[in-house]
Design a protein around this ligand. Structure first.
Ligand SMILES: Cc1cc2nc3c(=O)[nH]c(=O)nc-3n(C[C@H](O)[C@H](O)[C@H](O)COP(=O)(O)O)c2cc1C
Length: 351
């Protein structure tokens, strides 16, 4: 992070518990929104827009200008990103002993918080998420190699047990070598099937490390220097068909040899906004849990958007009929630390 200290796009990550333990009551809701802004989003598009209504309510919408056209043709990634945002808000609210609720009205979401009474906050399920608050700034999508180690299966069992708290989703996972190899082959095929406009869009969304665009995924997050990225961009403009071949071979190896476990979140194949939100909430919960216990995870999404591969994932993981896989992710202990991605400022997302 040192070399990014002067880049304002990384300011949002610089929280310390001492900063937020002294918040006044009227600073609570803006703080929860800031927590939401540190969530995962498809291509780091941060499509979230917030209208603050009062100290207890805000409206969350998705900005269509920040939807990723080629990378998220079904728009399910956009809905999932809204869910990721909501989970971070919920976790931060619980930390301060609030209960968050939301109501979906067409494409906008009315989010409310209310203080829990003292008795409720002591009861079992209430407060379940609050101890993840300190992990919000540690969470990131680590796109490098993972290794296995003690406690991985146990962690996944706990994540699976928590899945019952999220309406309308199923969660499956596997650490069997054969399944992981099968997924690596499916992923390779899915990446090879992706058309050039997707890659063009990805290159356009990715800021160079020292640029001050606060959206998109900087190349260093993929382990690529700015210089190599520029060469890749040039090659892509001349020989677009090479990129998927190189990327798919690299990813196949990463999944096959450097991924101890794969998880799949599925929900109704109708893919409504409610489904997307619950998938996103659960994904974000799992990644905060992973961050808390020093695991790493990151999605491998290409198979989800490809209809044929999606069916094949369903049969590999035994996904129920009427359900469709919405997120597939790698899980393990990180071999190498990964950087954060940039974030817009609080004022940028207010409407
Ligand atoms: C719906 C969705 C799909 C994603 N798909 C991928 C993917 O296919 N490959 C990948 O490396 N990261 C994927 N990501 C992770 C994003 O790249 C990541 O959340 C974003 O860059 C922000 O970085 P952060 O999670 O480290 O904060 C996905 C995230 C979401 C919410």
């Amino acid at each position: 992070m040192d070399d990014l200290d002067n880049n304002h796009c990384y300011d949002s990550w610089r929280w310390k518990p001492s900063d937020y333990n002294s918040l006044t009551e009227e600073q609570h809701l803006p703080f929860f929104v800031r927590a939401g802004m540190l969530a995962a989003s498809v291509h780091n598009s941060q499509p979230w827009r917030v209208e603050l209504l009062s100290q207890k309510e805000f409206i969350l919408t998705a900005d269509p200008e920040y939807s990723v056209v080629e990378g998220d043709p079904s728009k399910m990634g956009l809905k999932i990103s809204l869910g990721c945002f909501l989970m971070n808000v919920e976790v931060a609210a619980e930390y301060f002993n609030y209960q968050m609720t939301y109501k979906i009205d067409d494409q906008s979401i009315l989010v409310s918080i209310c203080k829990k009474n003292a008795d409720l906050s002591l009861a079992g399920e209430d407060g379940f998420f609050s101890d993840l608050c300190l992990s919000i700034t540690d969470r990131r999508s680590n796109k490098f190699a993972y290794r296995t180690g003690l406690g991985i299966d146990r962690a996944l069992q706990e994540i699976q047990a928590a899945s019952s708290l999220f309406t309308g989703i199923e969660f499956h996972y596997s650490s069997e070598q054969q399944t992981i190899e099968d997924v690596s082959v499916l992923h390779q095929r899915a990446i090879r099937n992706i058309r050039s406009p997707f890659w063009r869009e990805l290159f356009t969304w990715s800021p160079l490390l020292r640029e001050t665009s606060c959206v998109g995924i900087p190349p260093d997050v993929f382990g690529i220097s700015d210089r190599v990225f520029r060469v890749m961009r040039y090659f892509f403009s001349k020989f677009p068909s090479i990129v998927p071949v190189v990327m798919s071979a690299k990813d196949k190896k990463l999944i096959r040899h450097k991924t101890p476990l794969i998880g799949v979140i599925s929900s109704s194949s109708i893919m409504g906004i409610e489904d997307g939100i619950n998938v996103g909430r659960f994904y974000e919960f799992a990644s905060l849990y992973a961050a808390k216990y020093n695991f790493a995870m990151t999605p491998i999404h290409a198979m989800v958007e490809d209809k044929q591969m999606n069916h094949e994932v369903s049969s590999l993981f035994g996904i129920s009929s009427g359900f469709r896989s919405q997120m597939i992710f790698r899980f393990g202990y990180p071999v190498k630390a990964s950087s954060h991605t940039p974030r817009m400022s609080f004022d940028d997302i207010l409407i």
